[in-house]
Design a protein around this ligand. Structure first.
Ligand SMILES: C[S@@+](CC[C@H](N)C(=O)[O-])C[C@H]1O[C@@H](n2cnc3c(N)ncnc32)[C@H](O)[C@@H]1O
Length: 289
């Protein structure tokens, strides 16, 4: 076992011991090809720093703690201070931290949709380690999964819209899947400077509307399926994403049929310090049908 693997095993065993009273010999993840040999090999997570009790966490200290991140509170506040009784979907849930945090804020049922199977194994591990209930994780493309399900009360769309080639179409699907409120946390294109390696300004035509923004290359269009599997934070179905200008994002949101579009001011209270993201050209909107 590599030293990282050994460290992970120690962390994992300690985490399990702390919460379940013993190392779970009965909880192996079956090795298939390059899949992890044991649940402990899933640790540490790449980003989501999920508290496990006893000071243990699933990721290193530079990760994101979804239980204290401002986006979790923003959704709860938008629902009047509680998610009680609501259904929630977490789009592109990665390692499940926000899914679990939202479930623990009272939601009746939270579905985390994530394209990459390895990340969903981590979601399931985190769920087991926290003993979370009313949570479901699905390995799927967000578009396909939303189209085949009934609408949710709440749509949590953090760090996902900037990973799709046609965000206007995605927002129309989100609108059809949203009964009460959606949180959109995303990068937008800078009007004059192509940050993040983005293209020059281009137009996207979608749903009979034209929007200005920049293309962002996620990976080579001919990337192999296994390479794409390994880009754990990247787009799934689109090699190029489209980042609209902020005013065009607002147009997309209203064109999708949301009647209330409220930008969150991150300079209020301690919001910015609890927004654990790359803040360059990044915005958060709370929107309602
Ligand atoms: C930047 S990460 C954001 C993760 C998480 N929402 C957060 O805010 O911490 C983007 C995630 O979306 C997933 N993803 C990207 N495109 C997707 C798609 N079309 N369907 C499902 N998941 C997707 C990626 O695999 C990755 O886990």
């Amino acid at each position: 076992m590599s030293s990282i693997g050994a460290a992970a095993a120690t962390r994992g065993a300690a985490a399990w011991s702390a919460l379940r009273g013993g190392v779970p010999d009965s909880q192996p993840v079956v090795m298939q090809g390059d899949r992890p040999a044991g649940w402990w090999d899933l640790l540490p997570f790449t980003v989501h720093r999920i508290p496990l009790g006893g000071g243990l966490e699933t990721a290193t200290s530079d990760g994101v703690d979804p239980f204290t991140d401002v986006r979790t509170d923003l959704v709860v506040d938008a629902c009047g201070g509680s998610l009680d009784g609501r259904t929630v979907v977490d789009l592109g849930c990665l390692e499940g931290g926000f899914t679990l945090a939202l479930a623990e804020r009272g939601a009746a049922h939270v579905v985390g949709i994530e394209a990459r199977a390895l990340s969903v194994e981590r979601c399931e591990l985190a769920r087991a380690l926290r003993g979370a209930e009313r949570v479901e994780f699905v390995v799927a493309d967000i578009k396909d999964e939303l189209l085949r399900r009934d609408p949710f009360d709440v749509v949590f769309a953090a760090g996902i819209l900037y990973h799709v080639g046609d965000p206007a179409e995605m927002l129309r699907i989100i609108r059809d899947s949203c009964r009460e409120v959606a949180l959109i946390d995303t990068h937008v294109a800078h009007p004059t400077i192509p940050t993040h390696g983005c293209s020059e300004l281009v137009d996207l035509v979608s749903g009979g509307h034209s929007y200005r923004g920049r293309r962002f290359q996620e990976y080579e269009p001919d990337a192999s399926a296994s390479a794409r599997d390994g880009y754990l934070w990247a787009a799934w179905s689109d090699s190029h994403a489209f980042w609209p200008l902020e005013e065009d994002l607002v147009e997309m949101i209203t064109d999708a049929g949301f009647s209330s579009v409220e930008k969150v001011d991150m300079d209020v209270d301690d919001r910015r310090s609890r927004w654990q993201v790359d803040e360059i050209n990044r915005v958060v909107y709370v929107v309602r049908p």
